[in-house]
Design a protein around this ligand. Structure first.
Ligand code: CP
Length: 325
């Protein structure tokens, strides 16, 4: 167990050692237990987190804000469009100046080929920890919550098979960050990861290479498939969600046309029946109901999507308590 993580940024789980991630999970389980039994845990009394959003959110905003209050501190919601960031404040200015007001800074910036660099530039200038609330490359807190949920529902993750599958969507060209963070983290915990997608929806080469290295180092596997049914076959966990065809085209109309070719990539009861009988369905939310997943599946007995959403708060509280104290 690592006992001193003060001052650390969380931009991707890949930059944290495995025993540091295990510490986060230990603390998250403890904080979840304490909340369930009504034990207060004001570990960050009088501390303030800045939450800077360039992109909308339901769960991330609400869970960071509630989490800071439960830790005895406060979270300030800041939107890029309603600040002078829209008129030219640079990442260096944001990092240096907000770092003097706040005890931690959390940022969501998902613009393609902009977001991750923006967060890193702020972190370089900041004297306080910077937490990635999602960029175009990584969504570390989602992956940590997902791993916590897998441990709760399935026990030891080692040897379990998960299908991280693309699914059709109508809403918008979503970032690659959820599947990329999942394959990076779960391969470090010895899981058999099936990444399933049509050819136009490939993930970043350097992320795939790193996930393969993780699998080799930790006794897991990473297999890439292009058929949703094969991906689901006998899986312990299915995680079908949409992401954008960013590496094929950044054009919204072209990407929508590509997506329409695969409108049968939906998670329905027939596909769930291909997985193990006790398989669980996961989704980070929001989901496109009727397109990405049927109501019967997401509202059905195998779905753990709401527990997964709850666990966002517990892992975030753990990381904040460890880095901002
Ligand atoms: N899963 C997730 O990040 O949800 P929000 O976009 O609502 O924050």
């Amino acid at each position: 167990m690592q006992t001193d993580l003060r001052g650390r940024d969380m931009i991707t789980t890949q930059e944290w050692a495995k025993d540091e991630i295990e510490t986060v999970l230990d603390v998250a389980f403890e904080l979840k237990r304490e909340r369930a039994t009504g034990q207060a845990h004001p570990l960050l009394r009088d501390k303030v987190l800045a939450m800077l959003f360039f992109f909308s959110s339901t769960r991330t905003r609400a869970s960071f804000e509630a989490g800071m209050a439960q830790l005895g501190g406060h979270a300030a919601f800041i939107e890029s469009e309603t600040t002078q960031i829209a008129h030219g404040d640079t990442p260096k200015e944001i990092g240096d100046i907000l770092g003097r007001y706040f005890d931690g800074m959390a940022i969501r910036q998902c613009d393609w080929e902009v977001g991750n660099q923006y967060i890193r530039d702020v972190a370089r200038a900041s004297r306080v920890p910077v937490l990635n609330m999602q960029c175009e490359v990584y969504h570390p807190f989602q992956a940590l919550a997902d791993l916590m949920t897998i441990m709760e529902k399935k026990g030891e993750p080692r040897g379990k098979t998960i299908a991280v599958s693309w699914a059709c969507a109508a809403s918008y060209q979503k970032p690659l960050s959820v599947p990329q963070s999942l394959i990076l983290l779960l391969t470090r915990f010895g899981m058999n990861v099936r990444l399933v997608h049509p050819p136009e929806y490939r993930l970043m080469g350097e992320v795939l290479d790193r996930a393969q290295e993780n699998a080799r180092a930790h006794g897991g596997t990473l297999e890439i498939l292009d058929d949703m049914d094969s991906g689901f076959q006998d899986a312990d966990i299915v995680y079908p969600k949409s992401w954008g065809s960013w590496l094929t085209t950044e054009n919204v109309d072209e990407s929508a046309a590509i997506g329409r070719k695969y409108d049968d990539w939906i998670c329905d009861e027939r596909r769930m029946a291909l997985a193990r009988e006790d398989a669980v369905y996961m989704h980070c939310l929001p989901a496109d109901r009727g397109i990405e997943v049927t109501d019967a599946v997401i509202d059905g007995p195998q779905s753990v999507a709401y527990d997964e959403a709850e666990n966002r708060m517990h892992v975030q509280k753990a990381v904040m308590a460890l880095t901002m104290r």
